[in-house]
Design a protein around this ligand. Sequence first.
Ligand code: SIN
Ligand code: MN
Length: 272
Amino acid sequence: MKLTKEQLEEFEKEGYLFFPSLFSKEEINRVRDAVADLYAEDRPEIFREKDGVTPRTGFASHTYSEMFARLGRHPRMVTPVEQILGEDVYMHQYKVNGKKAFDGDVWQWHQDFGTWHRDDGMPEPRAMNIAVFLDEVNEFNGPLYIIPESHREGVVEAGHDLSTTSYPLWTLDNNKVKELVDQGGIVAPKGPPGSMLVFHGCLVHGSPPNMTPWDRVIVYLSLCAVSNHITKFNRPEYIAHRDFTPVQKLSDDCLLNDDVSGLPWPTEKTAS
Ligand code: SIN
Ligand code: MN
């Protein structure tokens, strides 16, 4: 999938691009079917909500689940980011966010690159998220809120919030959020399972709790330009990966075709 000149310009201006129904129902159902097994795992990669039970996010799922590995190597996800960054990319982080029916908690306003820079020593904002919806995302079930154009601010001041949710985050204060929203407004991309969203590492975003009976699972690949790899190793490897080798893409039909070798993840070579 190649982005057009207009799409590249839109990304630069707004900080995100949205592709409703990019993956077919058949493709996404295969990934969705792997979610229950993933969250049933008792391992440190699976963070629970404050109740200690409800899955909040599953890190590094591509390293132990074949179906999530296929998604992480899917050309429809990886190629647009390679194109925007202009070089090979490696997987900095991989997460499957549950936002479970009734119990999925808030994600406070933040920038991902703020964390990657402060905690992981990522030099430049030459990394971004590419997300795919495994469930329908609607206005009720905790959609992602993004502030268009906020990526142009670069890294903004943030405080380390260790208490609001079960997962520590560098979050923005309300005055800064108001200032950015006054300029750019808020959008909440909504769409059927299989919709894809790519957004700049400095784009400010968050999401409200899910008080509906509908789950809202979204998978996020955080892809970083290989030349921009992290320099600090404070967080566990399953949160900030140390394998800086380029993602090896599979064929476009890799979610449906079971004749795929090298799963879950083909390389363990760690750069210095
Ligand atoms: C995130 O920003 O890392 C997660 C937000 C969400 O899944 O709602
Ligand atoms: Mn984020």
